[in-house]
Design a protein around this ligand. Sequence first.
Ligand code: HEC
Length: 179
Amino acid sequence: MATNLEGNKIIAAVLTAGVTFGVAGFIGSMLVHPTRPHHAAIAVGGEAAAPAAAAPAAPALDPIAPLLAAANVQNGQQIAQRQCASCHSFNDGGRTGVGPNLYGIVGAKHAHVDGFNYSAALRAMADKPWTYEDLNAWLHSPRAYAAGNRMSYAGLANTAQRADLIAYLRSISPNAPAP
Ligand code: HEC
């Protein structure tokens, strides 16, 4: 019986919401001529409900390039040793580990190490060079940058630390363009 009661409550809630939105929409259409483009913005009750159901878009990242000049390369190297070196090497000609060697990564193409078993997600970007902003987005959230990638790393949320890390990657990238 309890489940029936719950069911009734839910149906009642849905009906109430529907009636409320319907009335709001009706009032809205009386207040504002329906052919006016501002109709959607003003008919609060009916129209505002739809966007709330959609997933909120990820907030855009601030550009990292302006922070690089003042970034701390030594600190970036320490972050790389602590958070990346278990999978990546950073020296010229360094070994392939769980992840590819990262020497020269700034300005190199995505999936830049020949013979490394990259995911389809990164291989699909193989014609694009890694820019500072690409690296910023990737290191902030690998999953958001390239869904289906194989790098088991949650991301580095701290913007100043990302700037330090990217400044370090730049320091080991002889072909890096100016930020
Ligand atoms: C658990 C292992 C692991 C850790 C930790 C890790 N990576 Fe990775 N990384 C990978 C793998 C695996 C790939 C290849 C991903 C793919 O093919 O989808 C990769 C790819 C990359 C690439 C793209 C390389 C290319 O040739 O396009 C960059 C850049 C990168 N990692 C940087 C970093 C940095 C910087 C850190 C530390 C903040 C880090 N990674 C931490 C495993 C790791």
